[in-house]
Ligand binder design. Sequence first.
Ligand code: ADP
Ligand code: MG
Length: 479
Amino acid sequence: MQFKDFNFKKDLHKAIEVAGFIEPSPIQQKAIPVVLEKKDIVAQAQTGTGKTAAFGLPVLENMKCDGSVETVVIVPTRELAMQVSDELFRFGKFLNIKTATVYGGSSYSRQIKHVESASIIVATPGRFLDLLKNKQISIKPSVIILDEADEMMDMGFLEDIKSIFKFMPKQRQTLMFSATMPEPIKRLAKTILNEPEFITITKSEVTNTSISQSFYVVEEYERDDALMRLFDYKNPYKSIVFCRMKRDVDRLSSYLVSQGYSAKGLHGDMEQRQREEVIRSFKGNTIEVLVATDVAARGLDVSDVTHVFNYQLPFDSEPYVHRIGRTGRAGKDGIAVSIVTPAEFRSLKKIQKDVGATMESKVIPTINEVKKKQQSSLLEVLKNQEIDEKVYELIEKLKNDFDLSTIVYKLASFIADTEKVKGKDKIGKSKKDIEYLLSRVRDGHGGNRNRSQRRRNGGGSNRSRNNSSNRNRNRNNRR
Ligand code: ADP
Ligand code: MG
C-alpha cells in the first residue's frame, strides 16, 4: 500500500510527495480511512510511528478551507506544538492552509492575531483554556485532536482538557492519539468521544522496529565512567542521555563538557529561549549529546538520533518506551543503551516484561577494547583518506631529519595519541556477575546487594532477616 492509493486531493498528494513519504506506516494505514469517514477514534501506537500524519493527512483532506478555524490540535508541550504545526503546515502548504500555535510563555496578542487568520490551531492545554475562558477567541472547530494524550495526563492536564471541551461544539469529530493507553485515558475517551473506533498497533507490529536494546550493570558510583566509556567505544553520531532528575541533567552535562564531549542539558526549569536554543543546536549538529529529563524530551522529534542512553532506568515501562522511541525514527536503525544498578533490577524486569523485547545484557568494554576499536576505525579512515597536496611540503621538510618510515611511525603515534581513554580499566559487572545478580531477583531476593554485603550478612536465620530489611530499604529508595 502506498500514499498514492489514498483518494486525496491533488495538492495534498503533492505535499506528501515533496515530504518524501511513500508508504504509510501501520498506524497511518489503519487510522486514515476511519478519520476520512469523520468517525471518532482512539489510536494507540508507539512513539515515532507517524501519528501526526495519521491524523493530519485525513483531517487536511476533509477541511473546507473556508477561512474559519476548523481544526484544533491539543498537545502537551510548546516544543510539540511547534513540531506538529510545522508538520501540518508542510502537508497543508499547497492547500493554502494556515496554522497557528498557541502556548504559554509568549505574547497573548500576537497569538490571538494568528489564531484569527488560521484554519488549524495547535495549542497546549493551559494557554488555550485561558484564551477560551477570557473570551479572547471564539471558535467552532469541527475537528479536535488530542495528541500524545498519555503525556498530557502525566503532566496533569486532565482537568484543563475537560474544561476545554465545555467550550467546544457538541457536533464535532474528536480524535485521540497516544503512545500508551492507561486507564485515565480510556475514561477520558468515554466522556469526550462519540462511539469511537479503537485502533491499536500491537507490540509485534512495532517491536519489529530496528531499535536494538541492551543494558550494562554497574554500581551507582560508576555511572559517569560507564557512560563515557560507552561513548568512547560506540562513538555515537547523535545521542540523547536520559536522567531522572533535573539536577542530574545539570551536573552530568557540565561534567561531560569538562571531559571534552560536546553536550548540553535540557530540562523544564530552563527558560523557553534557552531550551529552544539547545534543541536548535542539537538538531543542527552543533552538539552531539543532549542530556535531558523525560519531561523535557517529550515529543522531541529529531529524526537522526542514533543512540539513546538511559543514565538511569525509568521506574516504569511507559517512559522507557518514550525514551527509546527518540531513536530509530522514520525507519532508521537505533540503539538504546541502559546503565543499570542492581537496585534498579525490579524496574528492569518490569520493563523487559512489558516491552516484550529482548534487552541484551552486555559488559562495558575495557580500555584495551576501546583502543582496539578506535584503532580499527582509524585504519578505516586512513585507508579511505585522500592525499592532500599540501602535505608534500611538510613531508619533504621532515625528510631532512628522518627517513620515511620513521615519519610514518611518528605521524601515526601523533594521531593515535589523541585518543585517550578515560576511567579505570574495568567498569561495571562481568557477564557472570550480571547473571548471578539477575537470578537472585528472579528468586525473589532483593536486588540491591553487592557481593561484600552478602558476605558480611553471613548465613543462618540472621541472613533472612537481613534480606527482608534490605528489601524494605530498596523499596524506600525507589520512592
Ligand atoms: P509519533 O507522533 O508517532 O511519535 P511522528 O508523527 O512525530 O511520530 O513521526 C515521526 C517521524 O517519522 C517524523 O519525522 C515524520 O515526518 C516521519 N514519518 C511519519 N510517517 C512517515 C512515513 N509514512 N514515511 C516516512 N516518514 C514518516
Ligand atoms: Mg506524535
